[in-house]
Design a protein around this ligand. Sequence first.
Ligand SMILES: Nc1ncnc2c1ncn2[C@@H]1O[C@H](COP(=O)(O)OP(=O)(O)OP(=O)(O)O)[C@@H](O)[C@H]1O
Ligand SMILES: [Mg+2]
Length: 302
Amino acid sequence: MVQNVASEMADLESEDFYLLSGVEQGMRFSEWVAREKLPDFADMTAENVDYRLDRCERRGLVERKTIQYEGFKLTFEGYDALALHTFAERGTIEGVGAPLGVGKESDVYEVQSYKPLALKYHREGYTDFREVNRGREYTADKAHVSWMYTARKAAEREYDALETLYPDVSVPQPIDHNRHALIMERIDGVELGRAKLDDAQVVGVLDLVLAEMATAYDEGYVHADMSEYNVFVNSEGVTVFDWPQSVPTDHENADELLVRDVENIVGYFQRKYPHQVGAVDTDALADAVADDDVETVRTFFD
Ligand SMILES: Nc1ncnc2c1ncn2[C@@H]1O[C@H](COP(=O)(O)OP(=O)(O)OP(=O)(O)O)[C@@H](O)[C@H]1O
Ligand SMILES: [Mg+2]
């Protein structure tokens, strides 16, 4: 598990961040950045590099290996620290609070700011990296570079989707992004999978979710990871979150993915609320969603 670096931030000095971004620069060219290249990348003296490397290594922000040459790389914690530093400098956040969700592919924390916000670190590539790290040295080396790239791309994709969809679709308002991290509005609510809906609410909530999917399609996106775990329910309605894997509607698999999303969400309601939600033609339903035809969508569960 990736440690929460927030508590280390106050101890770090601005030159520690120069060193970390020097390592980051170097990692564009090789998996392990040779110590003697760091004075150039970080624009500091060799003595200062040694001193900063030591401080950062002790805090788990960089990792060292000595095979052939002495090299360093950023850990996920080091990458987190760089993103947090950037957000703090931009004034986006004032501090990091409690975890909101720790997933397979992300860590989400509440953050202090002018209003309740959430910080999501993308961890795509992290599991792969641990898998390949068991022994296969060559691929392991490649994976070291790709986790940063994969996680950064995922954060960019999620931010772009949120920017397009907000506020027409009920998604968390995007606030800022940097590297593999994004800041968004914090949603108060309970995940659909943990909500206990009253009989009278069930169909209405399902209609709301499908209506958001219809508007999203109209705005050019299919969520592509739709499930009861990626929808919040509260007294104001529903919020659909977790968009990094979304695809544009002109993507060759978009319509297949839309059908799968519809099947996932309808299937969940059918299993959990069998008396309220019966069998439906999900292909026809997906067509109505794609046409943003909310009137017709509603008739499926009358
Ligand atoms: N904007 C938000 N406000 C409050 N809590 C959030 C917010 N975004 C995410 N969370 C919490 O963090 C958890 C994980 O977030 P999210 O679903 O976006 O990532 P993930 O599930 O790890 O990604 P994946 O589904 O790709 O594995 C959510 O289940 C939710 O509890
Ligand atoms: Mg999720």
